[in-house]
Design a protein. Structure first.
Length: 694
C-alpha cells in the first residue's frame, strides 16, 4: 500500500502520505479526531485508500482552488483565493487541488468554503462524517513486451503503448489519465502478452520501417493510441479518410514534434467542455482565431478531433502551447528501445539527429581564464585528475525548444542529462517510506567548509516536512561505504573524486566495488565525478548531479548552494541544475545522470516556479516560469495566486506576466520560498530587497 493516513503529532488533524513519491499533506481539524477505515467505491473518481473522520471543520495549510461537486459530478461551486462560497445542505464531493490528489465526501450537510491569503478552510453546519479518499500519482508499467531489434517488431511493440491510456477523449491531456506504457525488453522473438489490449482509436501512423522513425514517433503514437504500419512515406491517417503528411519541408522529426504539441494543446482547450469546466487562459487567447466548436468537438470520436485540430494553422496557436518539459536525443540502436517507455511516459519530444562525437568535454575560454587566477582553489585531487580515461567519447546534442534536454546512448553528453534504464527501474522499485526525509552531507576536505555551512543552513528548513540531516567530515573508505549503502533520500558530497573513486582520508573508494547503494539521489560536487555518479546509478540510485571536468571551489560553492535551495523548494533534480548552471561560468561542467525528473522534497503547495521581477512606474511586473514535476506533469494546470484573476494556466513554461502593486508583491513573495531572477542575478523570495529591483 503506497498511501496511508496518520494522525498528526503536534495538533489535531491527519497527514495524507504517499510513501512511494515521498510526499505528505497535512489536514487540520479544530479538535482531535479518530481515523476509521472507509470504502473507496463511494467516490466518483479512483482513489487508492480512504478514511472517515468526524469534524465540524477542516483547514488546509495552503492556498488551493477548491471544486465542490454534487452527486452527479456537476460543479456546484469553485472557490479561488480571497473567495468564499456557502452551499445548502446536500451531498457533496470536495476536490481541493492539493499536492496529493485528495477528495472529501459529505452527505446532507451545508458547506462553507473560504480561501484567504495563506490557507483554505472548509466548515460544516454541524459535526459531520467526512470521507477522505486519496490516490498516489505513482505509476508503473502493467506488462512487459519482448521484441527483437527488427524495426517491424519494434513497431509492433511500440503500438502497445496506447493501451496504458486511461481515457481516449481530450481528458487524457491530464497527466493522471496517461498511464505508464508497457516495459520493453530486447529478446529473440516478438512476444506481446495477451492481456495487453491495444486501443482502436481510428488513427494510424504510417512510418518508414527504421528505428529512427519509430523512436521519434513513439510519443505521438502513444498519445493517440495509434496503429503503426510500415510505409515508404510517413503520414497520419484516420479511418474517416483524413490524411496528414509528416514529411514536410521542416523535416520528419520536427513535424512529428509539432503535431504532438498541436494535438495535445488543443485537447487541453477542448477538455474545458468536459469534467473540469474552468476558465482557461489559453482558450480565451486562441478562441477568436480558430474555427473550432469546442463544445461539439468534445463529443466527437478521437479521429474526428485529430482531423479538426490539424486544420488549425500551427502559427496561430504556437505562442500559447506550454513549454515542453523534455527533449530526449537518442542513438537509434535496438538496445535503446528499452528506454522508450520511460521517455514516452514523460511525453518527451524525441530526436535522433546527432552531433559528431568529441574526444573531450569543451571548456569555454572564460572558464579557462578562471583557472589562471592566483587565488584559485580547484576540487581536483591531483594534477592529473583532469585526464580523461582512454576511449572516453562525448556527444553534444543540439539544444531544442524544451525546458530540459536528455541523451540516451553510450557517449557522455554535454549540456544534457544522461538517461539510463537502470535509473528508471530503480525509480519504479523505490521503497515505501513514511518517515523523515533523510539527507547525508559528506565533506572530505576542510578547505571546502563554506559550502558545507551554506547547505547545512538550507536543508531541513521546511516547517511542513520532517527532515533528518546528518553531516559527516573526513570519512575513511569504510565509513563512506557505510554512508552510501545506508538508505537516504539525498547524498551531498563535497570533496574530491577521481575517475576511479572517491578520495578519502585512507585511500579511494570505487563505487563499482560496492554491491548496492541505499541513496536515491545525489550531488557529487567534486572534479570529474561522472564515472562515480554513473556507478551510483547502476548500483541502485535513481539520479544525481555530476561533473565532467575539473571545477573551481568558489564556482562549485555557488552551484552547490543553489542546487540545495532549489531541491529544498521542490524542484526536480534536472530542473534544479538547469537553473543553477547560470550561477557560475562552470555550470556547463555539470550534468545529471539517471532519471532527472525525480524530486527530493515536495513543493510547498502548487508547483515549483521561477519568478522574474521588474519595477514599473505603477508597481512591478512579475513573469512566472513554472516547472513540471512527475506528479504535476505536462497538461496540469495552475491557478497563480498573484492577482484576483480567475484564469487557470497550462504548465509548464512561462505562463504570463502580471502587474502588481508593491503590497501585492510583498504578500506573494512571503507565501513560500521561491527563486527570483532580476537582471540575471538569483535571489530568494523571502529575503529579497525590493528597493534593489530596477
Amino acid at each position: 500500500m503506497t498511501l496511508t493516513f496518520e494522525p498528526l503529532d503536534d495538533r489535531p488533524g491527519l497527514a495524507v502520505i504517499d510513501q512511494i513519491e515521498r510526499q505528505r499533506y497535512r489536514i487540520h481539524t479544530p479538535a482531535p479526531i479518530a481515523l476509521r477505515e472507509a470504502a473507496t467505491d463511494v467516490f466518483q473518481y479512483p482513489v487508492g485508500d480512504a478514511v472517515q473522520i468526524r469534524t465540524q471543520a477542516i483547514e488546509l495549510p495552503t492556498v488551493v482552488m477548491v471544486y465542490v461537486r454534487d452527486d452527479d459530478g456537476a460543479i456546484a461551486a469553485e472557490v479561488a483565493q480571497f473567495e468564499s462560497e456557502t452551499l445548502p445542505a446536500d451531498d457533496y464531493v470536495l476536490d481541493p487541488l492539493t499536492q496529493i490528489k485528495t477528495y472529501m465526501r459529505v452527505e446532507d450537510t451545508a458547506v462553507e468554503v473560504t480561501v484567504d491569503s495563506d490557507r483554505t478552510r472548509i466548515e460544516f453546519d454541524s459535526p459531520t462524517n467526512v470521507l477522505i479518499g486519496a490516490r498516489s500519482q505513482h505509476d508503473r508499467p502493467a506488462a512487459t513486451v519482448t521484441t527483437t531489434g527488427d524495426p517491424t517488431d519494434v513497431m509492433a511493440a511500440v503500438e502497445t503503448f496506447g493501451s496504458a491510456l486511461k481515457a481516449y477523449d481530450p481528458e487524457r491531456s491530464y497527466p493522471t489519465l496517461r498511464g505508464h506504457p508497457p516495459a520493453l525488453e530486447i529478446g529473440e522473438t516478438l512476444d506481446i502478452p495477451a492481456d495487453i489490449d491495444s486501443p482502436d482509436t481510428g488513427v494510424t501512423l504510417e512510418l518508414p520501417p527504421d528505428l529512427a522513425s519509430i523512436f521519434v514517433a513513439a510519443p505521438l503514437s502513444y498519445y493517440l493510441g495509434a496503429s503503426l504500419v510500415p510505409a515508404s512515406e510517413p503520414r497520419l491517417t484516420t479511418d474517416t479518410g483524413f490524411t496528414y503528411s509528416l514529411d514536410t519541408a521542416r523535416g520528419f522529426e520536427s513535424e512529428v514534434g509539432r503535431t504532438l504539441k498541436r494535438l495535445f494543446f488543443l485537447d487541453c482547450v477542448t477538455r474545458t467542455e468536459g469534467f473540469h469546466q474552468i476558465d482557461l487562459h489559453e482558450r480565451a487567447a486562441i478562441e477568436p482565431y480558430v474555427d473550432l466548436d469546442f463544445e461539439s468537438l468534445y463529443q466527437q470520436p478521437l479521429a474526428e478531433q485529430v482531423a479538426a485540430y490539424l486544420q488549425v494553422p500551427y502559427d496561430v496557436i504556437e505562442d500559447h502551447i506550454p513549454k515542453w518539459r523534455l527533449t530526449t536525443h537518442i542513438d537509434p540502436v535496438p538496445a535503446n528501445a528499452e528506454q522508450l517507455p520511460y521517455v514516452v511516459d514523460d511525453l518527451a519530444i524525441v530526436r535522433t539527429h546527432q552531433q559528431q562525437g568529441l574526444d573531450q568535454a569543451s571548456v569555454p575560454a572564460e572558464v579557462e581564464a578562471e583557472f589562471t587566477r592566483d587565488d584559485v582553489i580547484t576540487r581536483a585531487a591531483s594534477s592529473d585528475t583532469a585526464t580523461n580515461p582512454a576511449g572516453t567519447d562525448y556527444v553534444e546534442p543540439q539544444a531544442e525548444d524544451s525546458l530540459e534536454q536528455a541523451w540516451i546512448g553510450d557517449s557522455i553528453p554535454i549540456g544534457a542529462s544522461k538517461l539510463t534504464k537502470a535509473a528508471f527501474e530503480h525509480r519504479l522499485d523505490r521503497d515505501t517510506n513514511a518517515e523523515d526525509i533523510t539527507i547525508r552531507v559528506v565533506q572530505n576536505d576542510d578547505r571546502m567548509d563554506e559550502e558545507r555551512q551554506l547547505v547545512d543552513d538550507v536543508y531541513g528548513t521546511r516547517d511542513d516536512l520532517p527532515f533528518d540531516v546528518t553531516v559527516h567530515d573526513d570519512l575513511t573508505t569504510a565509513e563512506l561505504r557505510t554512508v552510501l549503502t545506508t538508505d537516504a533520500e539525498f547524498f551531498h558530497y563535497i570533496g574530491h573524486t577521481e575517475h576511479d573513486g572517491f578520495v578519502c582520508s585512507d585511500g579511494k573508494l570505487d563505487v563499482t566495488t560496492v554491491d548496492s547503494v541505499g541513496i536515491d539521489t545525489f550531488l557529487l560536487n567534486a572534479c570529474n565525478s561522472y564515472n562515480q555518479g554513473l556507478a551510483l546509478v547502476e548500483k541502485g540510485a535513481i539520479a544525481g548531479i555530476v561533473t565532467l571536468n575539473e571545477v573551481l571551489n568558489d564556482g562549485a560553492v555557488r552551484i552547490g548552494e543553489t542546487v540545495a535551495r532549489l531541491l529544498n523548494c521542490g524542484f526536480p533534480l534536472r530542473a534544479a541544475l538547469t537553473i543553477a548552471r547560470g550561477e557560475s561560468v562552470l555550470g556547463g561542467q555539470y550534468i545529471v545522470v539517471g532519471d532527472g525528473g525525480v524530486t527530493v522534497t515536495q513543493t510547498n503547495g502548487g508547483m515549483p516556479n521561477l519568478l522574474a521581477i521588474q519595477a514599473t512606474e505603477t508597481g512591478y511586473n512579475i513573469e512566472m516560469n513554472v516547472y513540471s514535476t512527475d506528479d504535476k506533469a505536462l497538461g496540469a494546470i495552475i491557478f497563480p495566486h498573484i492577482t484576483r484573476s480567475e484564469d487557470h494556466y497550462l504548465v509548464p513554461g512561462e505562463i504570463d506576466t502580471f502587474n502588481v502593486s508593491r503590497r501585492e508583491l510583498e504578500d506573494f513573495l512571503q507565501m513560500q520560498q521561491i527563486p527570483v531572477r532580476n537582471e540575471g542575478d538569483l535571489y530568494w523570495s523571502r529575503s529579497i530587497d525590493l528597493d534593489s529591483i530596477d
